[in-house]
Design a protein around this ligand. Structure first.
Ligand code: COA
Length: 424
């Protein structure tokens, strides 16, 4: 954990959030609101709660890591909102909340009797954050969507992978957590707007749109391709062929700086013995010095990006000869001194045990009653005045009675709701 000072007076202290969301997109958004100080109440089904509690369990009967890693710093109310009593509780919560986050299937909130218009009427100040697979204008707006479906529809899959392979999805949660982060920005913006207007609003983010927002350079490339017929930074140039759609470029650098994943010592047995190497145009001389190839500095076949492009992969092959006797860490230690943009390809194991990532609070160890400690990702956003403290995720319905009492229900009412399975 980190040495930086902790404080309980966090930026979002006093903001009440109903987390009526599940799986990853909604919970990732609301979890971050909680880290920054909001009072987060997760509202879950009585029969099992968020599906991720049960998915991919590593310990029988313990909440899965999928759940615990997306729901830290929250309280849990397990309630059947489709009963009249459950709906009444929900409406009371809405009346007091600042934010509601949901990512149910299209139409589910309406079917539950909680459409946006009704929620807005109940509490005009409430900011309503909603994730769906597609936006309201899409012909596919009725489709239920998971991560890879969004990557397919948002342009990521068609542009990821190698030219001789199929469309490929990224391991990074471009559809799920990325959409949650977009929603977070929208919610915080709407909260700021409320400061001026006094009124809440609905903030909607579709997973397709959020993926596309991260694929904007590929939309750039589509337009360049239509103008020029080729894309000079792709491996297909100049020796291969282009069609009329942006091709998959393998590991090519997406911008103006060519790069590739290059083998280092041990690649034959270690699947991650690689570095990502970038040739920065303005630092070509330094790059040549780092590689012990001073003869390339002024050689007209090497000294401009244009001259290198036709034989770029021969240059990468030469660099791999230089890398052959060095581990990825040794190589990066040399290259960094010459200003070469590069990094070792890190495995999840290396990341999990990286002391620097622990020190910065980017990876944190959290206690959980069912499983002891587990690792999770802490805040990637670092603030100068506070450090988010990451606490455990709640058990299903752990705070049901506490929340109902706060809403003014007495012990008899609460016992009745338990007996009727309205809450657990
Ligand atoms: N009490 C009573 N009913 C509840 C409830 C509660 N506390 N919480 C949820 N439900 C109900 C919903 O109202 C819904 O009922 P309905 O089908 O009769 O309308 C039902 O549970 C199922 O809802 P949902 O969570 O949407 O489940 P699903 O399995 O049908 O679909 C998704 C799951 C993720 C595919 C779908 O929610 C979806 O497409 N969401 C939008 C995009 C998204 O966020 N995808 C996931 C990204 S991580």
């Amino acid at each position: 954990m980190t040495d930086r000072p902790l404080t309980t007076d966090l930026p979002l202290t006093g903001i009440k959030v109903i987390d009526f969301s599940g799986v990853q997109a909604g919970p990732a958004c609301s979890q971050m609101l909680a880290w920054f100080g909001a009072d987060l109440l997760k509202v879950e089904r009585v029969n099992g709660g968020d599906v991720t509690r049960h998915q991919l369990r590593d310990i029988p009967d313990a909440d899965a890591l999928y759940f615990t890693m997306l729901n830290s710093n929250k309280r849990s109310l397990a309630i059947n909102t489709k009963t009249p009593e459950g709906k009444e509780v929900m409406e009371k919560l809405i009346g007091e909340a600042d934010v509601l986050v949901e990512n149910f299937a299209p139409g589910a909130m309406d079917r539950m009797g909680l459409p946006w218009e009704h929620i807005h009427e109940l509490n005009p100040r409430l900011v309503y954050g909603s994730v769906k697979g597609f936006n309201d204008d899409s012909p596919w707006s009725d489709i239920k969507v998971y991560e890879n479906v969004a990557q397919a529809a948002g342009g990521a899959a068609s542009t990821t992978g190698f030219w001789d392979g199929p469309p490929t999805v990224s391991a990074a949660a471009l559809g799920d957590s990325n959409t949650g982060m977009h929603l977070l920005i929208g919610i915080l913006t709407a909260l700021l707007a409320r400061e001026r207007t006094g009124e809440g609003q609905k903030v909607s983010v579709s997973m397709q749109d959020a993926v596309l927002n991260l694929c904007r350079v590929k939309l750039r490339d589509q337009q360049r391709l239509e103008k020029a017929g080729y894309l000079e930074e792709y491996p297909q140039y100049p020796n291969g062929t282009f069609t009329d759609v942006v091709p998959r470029g393998g590991n090519a650098g997406g911008g103006g700086q060519p790069g590739w994943v290059l083998k280092c010592k041990g690649w034959q047995t270690d699947p991650n013995a690689y570095v990502y190497f970038t040739i920065q145009e303005q630092d070509w001389e330094q790059t040549c010095r780092a590689l012990d190839r001073p003869e390339w500095i002024n050689d007209p076949a090497y000294n401009t990006a244009e001259a290198r492009q036709p034989h770029l992969f021969d240059i990468f092959a030469e660099i791999e000869k230089w890398l052959a006797g060095k581990t990825k860490y040794e190589a990066v230690d040399i290259l960094r001194r010459f200003g070469v943009p590069c990094a070792p390809v890190l495995s999840m194991k290396e990341i999990a045990y990286d002391p620097a990532l622990r020190r910065s609070g980017t990876i944190v160890e959290v206690d959980q009653p069912q499983r002891g400690t587990y690792l999770t990702v802490g805040s990637p956003i670092k603030f100068s005045t506070f450090t988010p403290t990451i606490t455990s995720a709640p058990l299903l319905g752990e705070h049901t009675d506490e929340v109902l009492t706060e809403l003014g229900y007495d012990a008899d009412d609460i016992a009745k709701m338990h007996a009727n399975q309205v809450v657990v």
